[in-house]
Design a protein around this ligand. Structure first.
Ligand code: NAD
Length: 495
């Protein structure tokens, strides 16, 4: 059993009487177990973060930067270990862990190690002639961060890095089913010389540890990545103490293919964009709208490639697609597909668990659905599985209107060789990221975040500092005059 709390540089067993397990969804084996953290543990971790705040926020940026550079080097040394643990706790194919999750996380650390030295306010000036104004960009304090299970290490990084680079301290709650690489990260922060109490971790359930963290009076800001319904709950709790909130929520990304698109590129993009991380990606392509002339060929092309995807043991580098994160998630995905089928949609390929050698895992075949109604749940709701729905459209106006017909607004893509169509699509699609002729690539330098019910605030890039810092105006009299001209509007002094 692993200890569920890492606070003030030390591990301790969670105080909750609830014991939870980390299960490898590829075969159902138990990887680890925890006595979960409860509200007392959260309080203990918040105290550690508060205690560390004055020193950490007062350090010159170069010191914070140096610590993050040491962390990047340490993660690089242990990258194989991180990859295998990530694969075992989530069911990701090892090729995804070694090629995406772990190097992406390390690149993020390197980026914020540099960005930590680049925090700036606006230039000073004498706006009224008598005072010098300057802008200070200051950390917020203690940040309560909550992360989901789909990319455990990357999401922990997205929560932690801009916060600590800007001088905040954090208490991070990973998803309780995938906490292992986050705990490794906390230990490596210590090994890299990040002072005790700057990065604290509590492993516990959302309703207990999560809500205790969001509501804690010692927490100044809440940064949450997860589903939209839980994001609403987090916002509601944070309202009571007027905490700053940063929300990265669900998505239902449209993939719009115009009739002049490179069909082969669009088909390959749809397969990679919908199956990444077994579809458990908030930006994954989920709704492909294809202009009528290309529709049949697109469906046939995706069906062929879906049929050739290799499902298999997650530690085998030739495996393309792993299981869902849990048996529960696989059931949920199957439920969406079954209900779509009984509602009149057609499942072109997939639509079932694979069985055979993979029957003990939470696997589900890549699934292509056509003929669903725009207002059906398979088109509207976040499924978070290897399922792509394809629908036809006729005019450009219609394609763009369908893309925007959603409560979400995290990401989207448009496929065309026509520069004017591309320019129109990138402007009119209401989402925090619009790709043109690709779907998924992200870089540490560019912001990630939603429109509409996909949340607000940005992760990654220097834009994320806007979330984790606050602006202070300092105004200094430069005249040294006792009776200032503006005083006369209030009083004129002795006659
Ligand atoms: P979730 O909302 O169920 O859980 C996310 C986290 O919140 C977990 O740590 C969970 O324990 C915690 N939590 C649950 N209930 C809580 C409560 N009442 N109070 C406080 N915390 C609580 O999401 P999930 O199933 O872990 O992850 C999948 C979701 O995350 C999807 O909706 C996906 O789109 C979203 N996501 C969004 C982004 C983004 O950048 N926008 C990135 C990754 C995942």
């Amino acid at each position: 059993m692993t200890e569920a709390v890492f606070a003030g540089g030390r591990s301790r067993t969670g105080r909750s009487s609830t014991v939870g397990q980390v299960i490898n969804p590829a075969d159902g084996s138990v990887v680890d177990s925890f006595a979960y953290a409860d509200a007392d543990d959260v309080d203990h971790a918040v105290s550690a973060a508060r205690e560390a705040y004055a020193d950490w926020s007062g350090q010159p940026p170069v010191e914070r930067s140096a610590a993050l550079h040491r962390l990047a080097a340490r993660l690089e040394e242990r990258s194989d270990e991180y990859a295998i643990v990530e694969t075992r706790q989530t069911g990701k194919p090892i090729r995804l862990s070694t090629g995406f999750d772990i190097p992406g996380s390390i690149d993020n650390v390197s980026f914020f190690a540099g960005a930590a030295r680049n925090l700036e306010g606006k230039a000073a000036a004498e706006w009224d002639g008598d005072h010098t104004s300057l802008i200070r960009r200051e950390p917020i304090g203690v940040v309560g961060s909550i992360a989901p299970w789909n990319y455990p290490l990357q999401m922990a990084m997205w929560k932690m890095l801009p916060a600590v680079a800007a001088g905040n301290t954090i208490v991070l709650k990973p998803a309780e089913i995938t906490p292992l690489t986050t705990l490794m990260l906390a230990e490596d922060c210590r090994a890299a010389g990040i002072p005790d109490g700057v990065v604290n971790v509590v492993v516990g359930t959302g309703p207990v540890a999560g809500e205790a963290l969001v509501g804690h009076p010692g927490v100044d800001m809440v940064s949450f990545t997860g589903s939209t319904p839980v994001g609403k709950r987090v916002m509601e709790i944070a309202t009571a103490s007027v905490k700053r909130v940063h929300l990265e929520l669900g998505g239902k990304a449209p993939f719009v293919v115009f009739d002049d698109a490179d069909l082969e590129a669009a088909v390959h993009g749809a397969v990679a964009g919908s199956l990444i991380n077994t579809g458990q990606d908030c930006t994954a392509a989920t709704r492909a709208y294809v202009q009528r002339p290309l529709y049949d060929a697109f469906v046939a092309g995706v069906a062929d490639l879906f049929g050739a995807i290799r499902l298999g043991p997650t530690e085998d580098p030739s495996t393309d697609l792993g299981p869902l994160v849990s048996a529960r998630q696989a059931e949920r995905v199957g439920g969406f597909v079954d209900r779509a089928r009984s509602g009149g949609a057609t499942v072109v390929v997939g639509g079932a668990a694979p069985g055979g050698d993979l029957a003990s895992g939470a696997f589900y075949l890549p699934t292509l659905v056509v003929g669903a109604a725009q207002d059906s749940e398979i088109v509207r709701d976040e499924i978070f599985g290897p399922v792509l729905v394809v629908l036809p459209f006729d005019t450009d106006d219609e394609g763009l209107a369908l893309a925007n017909d959603t409560v979400y607004g995290l990401a989207a893509s448009a496929w065309t060789k026509d520069i004017f169509r591309a320019l129109r699509a990138q402007r009119e699609i209401r989402a925090g990221c619009v790709w043109v002729n690709d779907h998924i690539p992200i870089v540490s330098e560019m912001p990630h975040g939603g429109y509409k019910q996909s949340g607000f605030g940005k992760d990654m890039s220097t834009y994320s500092f806007d979330e984790y810092t606050q602006i202070k105006h300092v105004s200094m009299d430069i005249t040294g005059v006792a009776q200032k001209p503006w005083h006369r509007t209030i009083f004129t002094g002795p006659a």
